[in-house]
Design a binder for this molecule. Structure first.
Ligand SMILES: *Cc1c(COP(=O)(O)O)cnc(C)c1O
Length: 403
């Protein structure tokens, strides 16, 4: 159980789990680069630590920080976001179970469910993120055990009403998991809205500097099959062993301390870029939850504390024009991943969502996704301006935007 002594996010981000080292006074918790711990006697541990797969003090520091920021019962750090998702699913599912997942979930989540879990007898049903009626219907006909959602979605930045989905799913006895990677706990705390567990790719906004892979599960006090969910995850983490190492935990903790200021700047910059994009003749449509015309805007305004740094837009001229845009920026790096201080651009259909090709989850090929960094926003707009100028304007308005 993690204490919550810090009422404000920015303070908790810096202090939760980060007490100075009692031995030396070091302000920053040391990197305990050790696999094992000597013991006072047989079955008598010195400070509760025995072997680093079970627990390591550098990991504990990060896990307490994560639990405090997501308002959870406990946090668990994994080697990657996918390792965290896999641990959560294996701890809660059995062969024969069904998962309901919001369509537009992360491509890797889609791959894990349809290509790995399917072989272990777990069936996944995808439902539209906009449609609570479809969720109810799917729950009525499938008796699903786990409902998995991600909001804002990737790449279309659709907004799912976490409170409504949680209420409906709980009425059917399902466990509700939210992938909170895109919003980060600075902007959204799903456990406060009724979710039972949160997962993260800490590789993204939480780490924030594109220098470390990691994942996390944060649990509520919910029970699952008569056991605390926290203990099920703790056991799975120990038994499965996909833990984050001490160096990676240190880097992730260090990134997390500045999350509040970073997310403010990401959101401010993205608001400017999204507004500017809506005025460009080469752009057919802009998806950003901070725009008033975005269909999820009012729910986002209720459940989020800012709209984040991710923007997707449709380029007139179809796939070729979208590829040209993605390949023509100078400052935005052509790259998968997101959430770092530097701006990135990608073509979701061929890059992040390649594993969904040929399925109903595959994104349209005229989409371009931006991870707007925290550089000077004028420089970002200038870069996009010269980039869009490379798209032949005779395409604008003539070619179907859904090529
Ligand atoms: C990147 C990502 C993941 C997977 O995380 P890794 O750290 O790459 O394993 C899961 N969900 C979302 C939304 C992501 O963006």
């Amino acid at each position: 159980m993690c204490p919550k002594p810090f009422p404000h996010f920015a303070t908790a981000a810096i202090h939760a789990g980060q007490e100075p080292d009692p031995l030396t006074g070091a302000v920053i918790p040391p990197i305990y680069q050790t696999s094992t711990f000597t013991q006072h006697g047989v079955e008598t541990l010195k400070a509760g630590y025995e072997y680093s797969r079970g627990a390591n003090p550098t990991r504990t520091a990060l896990e307490q920080q994560l639990a405090a920021l997501e308002h959870g019962d406990a946090g668990f750090a994994f080697a990657s976001g996918m390792a965290a998702e896999d641990a959560l699913l294996r701890a809660t599912l059995r062969p024969g179970d069904t998962v309901i997942a919001a369509a537009e979930s992360y491509g890797g989540t889609h791959r894990l469910l349809t290509q790995i879990y399917a072989r272990w007898g777990v069936n996944t049903v995808f439902v539209s993120p906009q449609d609570t009626a479809a969720l109810e219907q799917a729950l009525d006909s499938h008796r699903a055990r786990v409902v998995w959602l991600e909001t804002p979605t990737n790449p279309l930045l659709s907004i799912i009403d976490i409170r409504a989905w949680s209420e409906i799913s709980h009425a059917h006895g399902a466990l509700v998991v939210v992938d909170n990677t895109f919003a980060s706990p600075a902007l959204q705390t799903p456990l406060d809205l009724g979710a039972d567990a949160v997962v993260h790719s800490t590789t993204k906004y939480i780490g924030g500097h594109s220098d470390v892979l990691g994942g996390a599960v944060i649990t509520s006090t919910a029970f699952w099959e008569d056991q605390p969910l926290t203990e099920l995850i703790r056991f799975q983490q120990f038994a499965g062993g996909a833990v984050a190492g001490p160096q990676d935990c240190f880097l992730t903790s260090r990134g997390l301390k500045t999350l509040a200021v970073r997310m403010r700047q990401h959101s401010d910059n993205a608001a400017v870029v999204a507004g500017w994009l809506t005025e460009q003749p080469q752009v057919a449509e802009v998806y950003y939850p901070g725009l008033e015309q975005h269909p999820g805007h009012s729910i986002a305004a209720q459940q989020m504390r800012g709209y984040g740094g991710m923007i997707t837009f449709r380029v007139r001229g179809g796939e070729q024009a979208a590829r040209t845009v993605a390949e023509s920026t100078a400052l935005f790096g052509l790259s998968v991943s997101l959430g770092g201080v530097e701006s990135l651009i990608s073509h979701p259909a061929t890059m992040t969502h390649g594993s969904t090709a040929g399925t109903a989850q595959a994104p349209d090929r005229d989409l371009v996704r931006l991870s707007v960094g925290i550089e000077a926003v004028e420089d970002l707009v200038d870069d996009l301006q010269q980039t869009l100028a490379a798209v032949p304007l005779h395409h604008a308005g003539h070619v179907s935007s859904r090529a």
